[in-house]
Ligand binder design. Structure first.
Ligand code: DC
Length: 208
């Protein structure tokens, strides 16, 4: 069984995808990490994330990069969003994601285009979202909790810019698949959101 979990940054999709993987005993792939690795590799190459040739060359990153903490930074998240607009980058990362999705026994993948492009045949598709203000608040809490000095308004601005880039790109834009169940976590705590997602999957399974 393939479970596709899509949604914007800081919506809680990663937390939900991990919890579903654990609950249903499936392997999980955070596809955003692949784009983050490309963004980070461009930076290490001294290249420009907006240049499709520089971005494509960076798709050749070493797998060990995926383990590095720096991939989780806001800066690398912004670079990931910039490299992800290039169709050649999306093509280069496609096979790896597709192979993960179609492995025997199933998988959970989270990202932006899992239900629309990577695994459109997935029987379970969730689109996890929340208001920009709430997502900015969560990111601010997380960052200040790690001792990083950031201003809430700046985070809100960055998230809105990233949403706009992810939703307006021509190739595989961030959009809920027509058959996705939308989970708005704006007013949900973590556990309630996970519970709703597990219920949604079970409901789909019993209907199959
Ligand atoms: O989920 P994330 O914040 O780690 O993703 C970082 C960026 O990578 C995001 O802004 C857009 C891009 N991305 C994508 O285009 N397609 C995916 N399936 C996952 C991420």
């Amino acid at each position: 069984m393939i479970i596709a979990v899509d949604g914007p940054t800081a919506s809680g999709k990663g937390t939900i995808a991990k919890a579903l993987a654990l609950y249903f005993g499936l392997p999980h792939l955070d596809t955003g990490l692949l784009y983050r690795a490309v963004g980070r590799q461009v930076q290490m190459n001294g290249g420009n994330a907006d240049d499709p040739h520089h971005a494509l060359a960076a798709c050749d990153f070493a797998d060990s990069l995926l383990e590095e903490d720096i991939l989780r930074s806001e800066e690398v998240g912004g670079l990931a969003s910039r490299v992800s607009v290039h169709p050649a980058v999306r093509r280069a990362l496609y096979e790896r994601q597709r192979a993960f999705a179609t492995q025997a026994g199933g998988a959970v993948l989270d990202g932006r285009d899992i239900g629309t492009v990577i695994a459109p045949e997935a029987p379970v598709k969730l689109f996890v979202t929340a208001s920009v203000q709430e997502r900015a608040r969560r990111r601010w809490l997380e960052m200040t909790g790690r001792g990083i000095d950031v201003v809430l308004a700046a985070i809100e601005r960055d998230i809105a810019a990233r949403d706009a880039r992810d939703m307006n790109r021509a190739d595989a834009p961030l959009v809920a698949a027509a058959d996705a169940l939308v989970i708005d976590t704006t007013h949900f705590g973590r556990d309630a959101a996970i519970e709703a997602a597990i219920e949604a999957v079970q409901h789909k399974l019993s209907a199959h």
